[in-house]
Write a protein that binds this ligand. Structure first.
Ligand code: PLP
Length: 436
């Protein structure tokens, strides 16, 4: 028999490391824009006996017996997320955001088809056509970007590129773009060339669910997202549509009817790109979607946005320059090249490596038209989702920026860095993460 105690005493090595990681998360300032902290209920579901169950297929249509309970769990996740986003169809099985996108590509594209995405070096994502990702290897990737002067997307130029390249699929959404998207304009462009429009809202999906940003669902044929960023669920992915439609590729059912897009997307996930779904993670998604339907979560997302604006103002006040000049969402990209003083030679790499010495976690990031390599970069990306979960408000964001500035201005002063780290560790005790 396997008991909880034998399992953990048997593997002190792993559980000691987990305890260390928990300590790291609790004692530092977490500013990685793609990270968040889930509730104990989400973790409990993710760590449940559901990990033992095989359930290939969909609720009510499984290839395995014994799925009566997991069917109800997965259906609950689907129903809740449809309510959350005003969608009429959802597949909650993608293991990650990357998997969700790959499943969409498999459903909509043939090898060699042209796709049009947001340039990775301007804030886009690897899965939108990078040459090292399947999206760039199996398809013909083309890109649009931001303007050098404004840091903002010029939709006239997107249109020009789309008319020239004639993509079959256009992708909007990003990992490091702090401005909202004009989905209506993008759809008008897609319609001119008969392209499908995919919105990958992995980063701002929580803010979109709570109507703090433009709604992509009426304009974009398909929407994908991760579940672990602003949405504050377990690590995972998700595909949704507000309006299902007959596939435009002429793919028929055995009865000779055009298959619905939802049916192609379901097949794109399983058996197209995945095997058995992670029902423990799907249960955790259901819990997180339930939480996201609450008023408390609505307040949380408002605070995330208010905190991002306070943080952006604080950076600007200290002489840092933010790409596009500010933020509409939970994140911002800072160009470190323009900060004077002791930091004239600051790079993303130096910032990341120095800030971590004070227990501040950020990630280095390419800025648009960067003159440095992806391993060095001129920028850093920061977001407010995680620290807002810990209960921080606008004034705390200002304090964080004071710390960041002090660390960067003293990047060659190890004793100063370690005293800042101690101050931060002490300060973080006021924002307990997992009590008890
Ligand atoms: C984070 C992200 C993904 C990938 O998510 P994973 O779960 O890491 O695979 C995809 N697209 C965008 C825009 C993202 O920001």
């Amino acid at each position: 028999m396997i008991t909880a105690t034998t399992a953990s005493t048997r593997d002190a090595q792993v559980f000691d490391l987990i305890a260390k990681e928990q300590h790291r998360q609790e004692s530092g300032i977490e500013l990685i824009a793609s990270e968040n902290f889930v509730s104990p209920a989400v973790m409990e579901a993710a760590g449940s006996v559901l990990t033992n169950k095989y359930a290939e297929g969909l609720p009510g249509k499984r290839y395995y017996g014994g799925c009566e309970v997991v069917d109800q769990i997965e259906q609950l996740a689907i129903d809740r997320v449809k309510e959350l986003f005003g969608a009429t169809w959802a597949n909650v099985q993608p293991h990650s955001g990357a998997n969700a996108n790959t499943a969409v590509f498999l459903a909509c594209l043939q090898p060699g088809d042209t796709i049009l995405g947001f340039d990775l070096s301007h804030g886009g994502h690897l899965t939108h056509g990078s040459p090292v990702n399947i999206s760039g290897k199996y398809f013909r990737p083309t890109f649009y970007g931001v303007e050098r002067e404004t840091g903002v997307i010029n939709y006239d130029k997107v249109e020009e590129t789309a008319m020239r390249e004639r993509p079959k699929l256009m992708i909007c959404g990003a990992s490091a773009y702090s401005r909202d998207w004009d989905y209506a304009r993008l759809r008008a462009i897609a319609d001119q060339i008969g392209a499908l429009l995919l919105a990958d809202i992995s980063h701002p999906s929580g803010l979109i669910a709570k109507k703090l940003l433009n709604d992509p669902f009426d304009h974009c044929h398909i929407v994908t997202t991760t579940t672990h960023k602003t949405l504050r669920g377990p690590r995972g992915g998700l595909i949704m549509m507000r309006n299902d439609f007959e596939n435009p590729f002429g793919i028929k059912t055995p009865k000779g009817e055009l298959r619905l897009m939802s049916s192609l997307l379901d097949s794109g996930v399983f058996p197209g790109t995945q095997g058995g779904p992670l029902e423990h993670i799907i249960a955790a998604k259901a819990v997180a979607f339930g939480e996201a339907l609450s008023d408390e979560y609505a307040e949380y997302t408002q605070q995330v946005k208010a905190n991002a604006q306070a943080m952006a103002r604080a950076f600007v006040d200290r002489g840092y320059s933010i790409i596009s000049g500010g933020t509409d969402n939970h994140l911002m990209l800072i160009d470190l090249r323009t900060k004077g003083g002791n930091a004239t030679n600051l790079t993303g790499k130096l910032a990341e490596n120095t800030l971590i010495k004070a227990d501040i976690t950020i990630n280095k990031n390419m800025v648009p038209f960067d003159d440095k390599s992806p391993m060095v970069t001129s920028g850093m990306r920061v977001g407010t989702a995680a620290m807002t979960t810990r209960g921080m408000k606008e004034s705390d964001m200002e304090q964080i920026v004071v710390y960041i500035d002090e660390v960067l201005m003293n990047h060659d002063n190890d004793s100063r860095l370690s005293s800042i780290k101690e101050e931060i560790n002490e300060w973080m005790k006021a924002f307990p993460l997992y009590q008890g």
